[in-house]
Design a protein around this ligand. Structure first.
Ligand SMILES: C[S@@+](CC[C@H](N)C(=O)[O-])C[C@H]1O[C@@H](n2cnc3c(N)ncnc32)[C@H](O)[C@@H]1O
Length: 189
């Protein structure tokens, strides 16, 4: 059913940037650095129909929180079907994440997972989303992203001062996987 939702959305909305949900291999690979043994706060950029969201909810403790951003109306409808009190949903662009996430969570986010097509954003918007991501994360927090190419390595290096990349072939199309960590003194404020 999700693939149908993606196909319908893809032809109407270029920002969907995918005709099918991310594969289970890629989901596991991106989420590999997450420590699910304790209460954590996660923000997901571009949650789509919820393939990552469902995986995260299966593994997160009852006291954890998940903030989901998705701009496509059809895919947002799919997210609304997930019945779990740990979720807060936003049908807004991630460009407004710092304004919308509760104040007491700013600088307390453990992980940001991002599948939005960064290559569609202009340079200013991309830089602003990455700076805001640094502010949202706590020290030691990680930005975990998947993209169809390696174009995000340089912007992440600039925003975080570090980045690791990997590759997951078992996805249509194959994905470049990124992991950047918020280290000391990287807040933009
Ligand atoms: C490549 S799809 C990934 C969807 C899903 N996470 C998955 O893994 O199957 C990218 C998603 O990001 C959403 N998106 C694109 N730009 C966005 C933005 N600025 N803010 C929020 N969501 C956005 C699209 O609508 C789409 O659902």
């Amino acid at each position: 059913m999700s693939t149908l939702a993606y196909l319908k959305s893809f032809f109407k909305d270029k920002d969907v940037a995918s005709v099918t949900p991310t594969s289970k291999y890629c989901v596991r690979r991106v989420c590999n650095p997450i420590n699910f043994d304790q209460d954590i706060n996660i923000v997901e950029y571009g949650a789509g129909a919820g393939v990552f969201s469902r995986y995260l909810l299966q593994h997160m403790t009852p006291g954890s929180k998940l903030y989901l951003f998705e701009t496509n109306e059809i895919l947002f409808g799919k997210l609304k079907e997930i019945d779990d009190s740990r979720i807060t949903l936003f049908d807004n662009s991630v460009e407004y994440a710092k304004e919308l996430i509760p104040d007491d969570q700013i600088g307390k986010i453990d992980y940001i997972i991002s599948g939005i097509p960064f290559s569609f954003l202009d340079e200013d918007a991309r830089e602003s989303v990455l700076k805001q991501s640094v502010d949202l994360l706590k020290e030691g927090g990680r930005f975990l992203a998947y993209q169809t190419s390696g174009h995000l390595e340089e912007p992440l290096q600039k925003a975080f001062g570090n980045v690791k990349t990997g590759w997951e072939w078992r996805n249509i199309p194959p994905m470049t996987i990124y992991e950047a960590e918020k280290r000391k003194m990287e807040s933009t404020e």
